[in-house]
Design a binder for this molecule. Structure first.
Ligand code: NDP
Length: 616
């Protein structure tokens, strides 16, 4: 069945109606944590807990989080000659999100050539354009071994407190394992999505069957493994999945293969575009590898995502396609050579785009987006055989309102006779009983519930990490950030000497390639710390004036489509709660990722560390 062709006004009206169905006054508070009565669901199913003696020593640099941030910063510091480096993580090993997310089918949506950091340095060739989770985890472990980062690392360890010691000019760190040690420098890189959340569905605690969150996959129960072995123990099980975000798009096809019956409970459909994965040819890889190649690739991706007119697109995928379409529309009749020249002149003379230019890009965005989303909706009709299911799987919002997904397996999974989509028309699951889930008054009895309900995004720093930084004069970082982030370059905080926050906000805010943010921050940290160490400085700290100037600049960032209050709610747009000051402070550089990277490279090149004070 082909639906009638809608015009732009119809589509926008439909978007608004679908959004209205999903807005919830409780915003982020609709979710609950894997704590209290759900604490057992948070346990690490992957690595046994081993008793160890507490540490009470001194290290030069302590890093909270052993994901890519900690690993890349550790690598760059080791290269810069800082040998005494300690990773601390609540997980049983390195890898961060890739340690926890071992659900079947886990894969990265960003091309491995730019997603796996330090390929140059480790000499590793990814096996495919988009690699699987286990390959990413193995690469994290490779980095840790290559740079000797397991030495001094503390795993299955949660930080309890980090306090600046004014007299000794060091940080004192305590943990839930009785550790009590000091570090000259400290950094937090706990990742934006590390606290798993459960939906606040009435009766959720009553379910008597098996349940787990996707980031704590129970292969003992399902059979199979993260490497792709079939989950044979599900052959006689009725399984429910709650949620249809990027995680579900990847694990549903795997569950569909083995579960006796799979019910997918959907509140909002994801937009699912073509994947087009392929193996990497070693000869081709050889031909592109030369010193600095990965940085060139990362920069090329940013340039293609950033609205310029680069001569080539090295990545050439669904992400860059989004930008290419907008650029092409925005060009109108302007010849490409002229558009490139204008962009170059604007950059050279630092000229902001005119209001007319910005309006043209916005109109181009809207029209390119509608075209793209129509393509995505039409693809569903051509793949999914049951017309009702196809209709229910259609996303009615702009592509960047929610995280775009890419898969060639997700939609065909709904053609399998054992798979049922239970669409809740934006309302969510009504109730969970001892035996199953209720939607529209119908009880779906199941043996197992898989919560693909995502991760906390917007929570306050201390609530999210479980610890706080106590800086100069006893000031807590959560207080310093109470009205929203304040940093210099997203990285340094006034009153918190020798401390670094490795995260994307107030910096490049590049969601399509998170490791690029990390690699860049690592370069800054290594340069700053090496300078302090070389010159015998005891402290590094930004002035509050530099922080204020930076925050003022961040607040000039215009609302983006991602954060638009017109979008269907989700964690990308503060659950549709609007563009408030706190949320605005978590945006990136007004010039986008390209603007930030250009700024920070020039800052590093200048070598005068403007905004930072070094003291002996
Ligand atoms: P998400 O937060 O994206 O998805 C959670 C899902 O749960 C949504 O579909 C949400 O619906 C649904 N949900 C919440 N409450 C209810 C309810 N009461 N009833 C029914 N459904 C409900 O989490 P994910 O784990 O899927 O993804 C998180 C992020 O992790 C991604 O955005 C991405 O950044 C990253 N990721 C990256 C991957 C990659 O590179 N390939 C793969 C997987 C994840 P609603 O949309 O209506 O809120």
């Amino acid at each position: 069945m082909m639906t009638r062709v809608l015009d732009k006004a119809d589509i926008k009206a439909k978007y608004a109606a679908e959004r209205a169905k999903r807005l919830r006054p409780e915003g982020n508070d609709q979710y609950q944590r894997l704590s209290g009565k759900f604490a057992a669901l948070a346990a690490d199913p992957y690595t046994p807990y081993v008793e160890r003696a507490p540490v009470a020593d001194h290290v030069t640099f302590a890093f909270v989080g052993a994901g890519m941030s900690g690993l890349v910063v550790g690598a760059r510091l080791k290269e810069a000659g800082v040998g005494s480096f300690r990773l601390i993580d609540k997980a049983g090993g390195v890898g961060g999100t890739w340690y926890w997310n071992r659900y079947p089918g886990a894969r990265c949506d960003t091309a491995a050539m730019i997603y796996l950091p330090l390929l140059d340095e480790t000499g590793y060739m990814p096996s495919e354009k988009y690699v699987r989770g286990p390959e990413i985890l193995a690469h994290c472990e490779r980095i840790a071994k290559h740079y000797d980062l397991y030495d001094k690392a503390l795993f299955h360890t949660e930080v309890s407190s980090i306090e600046w010691q004014e007299a000794a000019r060091v940080w004192r760190i305590t943990t839930n394992r009785g550790d009590d040690f000091t570090a000259k420098y400290v950094a937090i890189g706990t990742g934006p999505l590390h606290v798993a959340k459960l939906p606040g569905i009435p009766g959720i605690e009553n379910f008597l069957g098996k349940s787990f969150h996707t980031s704590r996959w129970d292969y003992d129960y399902t059979g199979g493994d993260a490497g792709g072995a079939p989950m044979d123990k599900l052959a006689d099980k009725r399984v429910a999945v709650i949620g249809t975000g990027a995680t579900s798009v990847q694990c549903i096809p795997q569950l569909a293969r083995t579960a006796r019956q799979l019910f997918v409970f959907q509140r909002t459909p994801s937009s699912v575009d073509v994947r087009g994965n392929h193996p990497i040819d070693p000869q081709w890889f050889e031909s592109i590898v030369s010193p600095g190649w990965q940085k060139r690739w990362m920069d090329n991706f940013v340039e293609n995502m950033g609205g310029g007119f680069p001569a080539e697109d090295l990545i050439n995928d669904g992400w860059t396609d989004i930008s290419r379409r907008i650029r092409t529309k925005a060009l109108g009749g302007t010849p490409l050579w002229l558009a490139r020249l204008l962009v170059r002149l604007r950059k050279a003379f630092n000229i902001a785009p005119s209001q007319q230019g910005t309006a043209r890009v916005q109109a181009a965005f809207e029209s390119a987006d509608i075209e793209k989303m129509e393509e995505i909706r039409t693809r569903i009709e051509t793949v999914v055989k049951d017309p009702r299911t196809a209709e229910q799987l259609k996303p009615w919002y702009s592509q960047l309102c929610k995280r775009p997904c890419f898969s060639d397996e997700y939609l065909p999974a709904y053609n399998a006779p054992n798979v049922t989509l239970v669409d809740t028309d934006g309302k969510g699951v009504e109730q969970i009983t001892e035996t199953g889930l209720v939607v529209n008054g119908t009880l779906y009895e199941v043996d197992c519930i898989v919560y693909a309900s995502g991760f906390e995004y917007g929570a306050n720093f201390q609530l999210k990490t479980g610890f706080d930084l106590k800086g100069r004069g006893g000031q807590m970082l959560s207080n310093y950030w109470a009205d929203g982030l304040q940093t210099l370059h997203g990285l340094h905080m006034h009153g918190f000497p020798n401390a670094f926050a490795v995260q994307m906000n107030q910096a490049a805010n590049m969601v399509s390639n998170i490791p690029h943010n990390i690699v860049d921050h690592a370069a800054t940290i290594a340069q700053v710390v090496a300078h302090a160490e070389r010159n015998g400085h005891a402290e590094i700290e930004p002035t509050q004036e530099a922080v204020n100037d930076w925050v003022r600049l961040i607040l000039t960032t215009p609302p983006s489509m991602i954060t638009s209050a017109d979008c269907t709610p989700g964690f990308w747009n503060n659950e549709g709660q609007g563009w408030n000051e706190k949320f605005r402070r978590s945006q990136g550089h007004p010039g986008g990722a390209q603007g930030f990277f250009r700024h920070i490279e020039a800052w590093r090149r200048a070598g005068d560390f403007k905004g930072l004070v070094f003291s002996k």
